[in-house]
Design a protein around this ligand. Structure first.
Ligand code: PEP
Ligand code: MG
Length: 588
């Protein structure tokens, strides 16, 4: 079997770009070019007629956009269609229209020239801003500007493409993307566009694999040529060899198989019979799982264990290497969020430092080790911040046991932000900071700790070991490692209630969340966000849709009043029987 490296590192017939929407497509190139609009600066004599033409063009543009908006709502849902609402709002902006009208009256020039000039001024301000988000929004305004000018010139734009093709273009506006998608387009490849470009977001929403930011795809690719688009990794292979075709056909077929198996539940929300929604995020432990995040219906990555990089590389990555890894990850899940957890080194995990500890699980692990090595911690913080400019990264601190650790970490984060600011490097200044609640002291102090951060995530794997004083990896005491211990349930309940008291979101990302037997109980304890391995998500959704929240709450109440682990487990099993839920524990 050929590996990813064989396919990409050695291939000369490839174009690299940004993986904007996942999927594998093998198809024919359709080079898509749009006529460039020329704007006339000619003088006018009839101001009233020019103003009437302007109002007509505005009205027509609004009609077109309203139609596009309704298609978008149908195909992508209300929140993603909001981009077109924003464009309609530009058309309705009284200040803008007033300025244009005033200039037509004073300068007596063609309205198309004034419209172009006036809207370009807005755009320039946005392009000049340092934020990539604003730059992308300036591109959206280009669409509105061209639409009004085109309507002033009474021109029509055709988007009819007759057969399944890979559309290759310099750039596409959101409206182009949407209209082309109605014409059986299999994939999009663009020279320009970043991850926050709406064309990229729309491709994701419509499930059309896309690669953007290729720089020169339109120069290299020819009409009718066969290409393979890999929307998972951001590559386009042209004139593929037999071997390459075979490799990607296999990959594509496997994807189809997986999707079929999971189809029924994958993209449905997980809602209990009486209407409570539970959100599922993915835990990512190996790089290969990232592709699954999208195909399994996760709302994003709820836990990225960054120490896996050390395992995979066998060495410590530099700040730049880390930046590339985080940025690639954030790009691949965008616009969904990813929670990157700071290196949780120590305990039984990666041994990098030669600390000789008699009790490593109670020693220099997680945040303790990072605060002992601030240079290393700051490299990671800077790498995460640099990768955060698309605003979909959250940063989480492991093994927090004192409030001082939170404050020291926040101080280092502020220092790193100031360093980047000085160098004029873009980052998300509002990046959310959260903590793992996995040490009993953090559980007891949930309210106070939560007040210091933006979110909490319960790590039951460690919480159980520290609550029960039982090594999570030691066979000799494995029967004491009880996730259904009343101690564990009561602690989870306390954390959830206390976090709610201070209005901070709390999720659970330990293995317990993926145990289907535990799911009704966790929901009954008040958890609304669970992060589990991506492959388990469709099964988890199936479980959630099989019971009522109200019954789960009663189940939790009953379990909380019990003092025995085996009694609790039996109570849950009865709940499964009563609700006709097939026990699928550890199915994957
Ligand atoms: C946990 O402790 O529950 C957790 C999610 O972290 P890890 O398993 O990486 O320690
Ligand atoms: Mg842990």
């Amino acid at each position: 079997m050929k590996t990813f490296k064989d396919i990409y590192k050695k291939a000369a017939n490839k174009i690299g770009g940004i993986a904007a929407a996942p999927g594998i497509v093998i198809g024919e190139v359709y080079l898509f070019t749009k006529e460039k609009l020329e704007v006339s600066k000619a003088d006018i004599t009839d101001v009233e007629e020019a103003k009437k033409n302007l109002y007509d063009a505005l009205l027509r543009s609004k009609k077109e956009l309203t139609k596009i908006l309704s298609i978008a709502r149908d195909k992508m849902g209300h929140s993603r269609a909001a981009i077109f609402e924003a464009q309609i709002m530009v058309l309705d902006d009284p200040v803008l229209i007033e300025n244009i009208v005033k200039r037509i009256e004073e300068e007596k020039k063609q309205p198309e020239y004034i419209v172009n000039d006036e809207i370009s001024k807005y755009q320039k301000m946005m392009y000049d801003s340092n934020e990539s988000y604003m730059k992308e929004r300036a591109n959206d305004i280009e669409d509105i500007k061209n639409r009004i000018v085109r309507n002033l010139q009474k021109k029509r734009w055709q988007s009819k493409i007759e057969h399944d093709v890979v559309v290759v273009s310099e750039t596409l506006t959101p409206a182009d993307t949407l209209l082309l998608s109605r014409n059986k387009v299999k994939s999009f490849v663009m020279n320009h566009g970043g991850l926050t470009s709406h064309a990229a977001i729309i491709s994701r929403s419509l499930n059309i694999p896309a690669v953007v930011g290729t720089r020169n795809a339109t120069q290299i690719l020819k009409d009718g040529q066969t290409v393979i688009v890999d929307g998972f990794h951001g590559y386009v292979i042209y004139n593929p060899s037999e071997k390459q075709l075979k490799f990607f056909e296999q990959k594509r077929n496997r994807l189809v198989e997986i999707q079929k198996e999971l189809e029924e539940f994958t993209f449905k929300p997980a809602i209990t019979k009486d209407g409570k929604e539970i959100q599922f995020f993915a835990n990512v432990d190996v790089t290969g799982e990232i592709d699954m995040v999208k195909t399994c219906g996760a709302k994003g990555i709820g836990l990225y264990r960054s120490e896996q990089i050390l395992d995979e590389m066998g060495t410590f990555p530099s700040e730049n290497e880390q930046y590339k890894i985080y940025s690639n990850l954030a790009t691949r899940v965008f616009p969904d969020p990813i929670t990157i957890r700071a290196f949780d080194i120590g305990g039984d995990k990666f041994k990098f430092f030669e600390y000789d500890e008699p009790n490593p699980f109670l020693g220099l692990r997680g945040i303790r080790l990072l605060l002992e090595n601030p240079k290393l911690f700051k490299e990671q913080i800077r790498a995460v911040l640099r990768a955060s400019s698309n605003r979909n990264i959250k940063f989480m601190l492991p093994m927090i046991s004192t409030i001082g650790e939170i404050r020291k970490s926040k101080e280092l984060i502020t220092q790193c932000m100031n360093e980047l600011r000085k160098k004029k490097i873009e980052f998300d200044k509002d990046m959310q900071i959260g903590i793992m609640v996995e040490v009993p002291s953090a559980a007891v102090m949930t309210k106070e700790f939560a007040a210091e951060v933006d979110f909490l995530s319960i790590g039951t794997n460690d919480l159980i070991q520290y609550l029960m004083a039982v090594d999570r990896g030691n066979d000799l005491v494995a029967d004491l490692y009880q996730e259904f211990s009343p101690v564990v349930l009561r602690t989870i309940k306390m954390i959830v209630d206390d976090a709610k008291l201070v209005n901070k979101p709390v999720s659970l990302c330990g293995e317990m969340a993926a145990d289907t037997l535990a799911m009704p109980l966790l929901v009954g304890l008040g958890l609304e966000i669970l992060s589990i391995s991506p492959a388990t998500i469709p099964y988890a959704k199936k479980i959630i849709t099989s019971f009522k929240y109200e019954d789960a709450r009663k189940l939790a109440e009953k379990c909380l009043s019990s003092c025995y682990e085996d009694e609790i487990e039996k109570t849950i099993e009865k709940f499964f029987e009563k609700n006709n839920i097939v026990r699928t524990r550890n199915i994957i």
